[in-house]
Design a protein around this ligand. Sequence first.
Ligand code: ADP
Ligand code: MG
Length: 230
Amino acid sequence: MAIVKTEGLKKTYGKGDLAVEALKGVDLAIEEGEMVSIIGKSGSGKSTLLHLLGALDRPSEGTVFIAGESIDDKSDEELSHLRRRQVGFVFQSFNLLPEYTVSDNILMPLILDGQTADPDHFSRIVDLLDIRGKLKYYPDELSGGQVQRVAIARALITKPAIILADEPTGNLDEKTGNDVMELLGRLNRELNQTTIIVTHDLSIARRADRIIRIRDGRVDPSPLPEAGNE
Ligand code: ADP
Ligand code: MG
């Protein structure tokens, strides 16, 4: 079963002369356990698409199905509930809370939702991300790569159906960025974690099982250049 699916997805920002058609009809399906990259130039509509896939925003036309449920007939409250339970977001800027420890930052989505952590799950992701030694530290005591790993742990803590990452390596140097991709790949394999990564960087995109290219608000089905010839 597709864990995320879109049908005729369109998004227009603004009205009249100022209207920007960011998405012009996107149909895609992502299967459970897949690791998929969405690649495209700046302004092609990648972030808009990712926001719609994560129910952060509503489409102008068309629909999104998350874990089999259409978001169309959901209230804002139901959508925020769906988001909290089913979607883990990882952004380019990591958005950790500076006054909380690493451990509390990871647990924050559960705390805000009045839930407690499954200790085995907490332990497993902390080890997979190699941040056990940092749990009592504060975000400003960590390197960029460590902070991003904490942000990934925070996204995973609720056992979301999908992880959505928008340019997760955008603020990291090449080596650290590659390490983060390596980790996302490991989490995808070991937890069968469905993961969708937006990037403008083809070498990052190639680390996924499948690449979806967005051009000017539509999926571009033409083949990508061979590795090394881009
Ligand atoms: P990408 O992530 O590929 O760079 P975006 O999805 O951010 O692309 O943007 C697609 C288009 O929509 C761009 O032309 C952008 O300027 C426009 N856009 C994005 N967000 C908004 C917004 N909140 N209001 C108006 N225009 C927007
Ligand atoms: Mg973007």
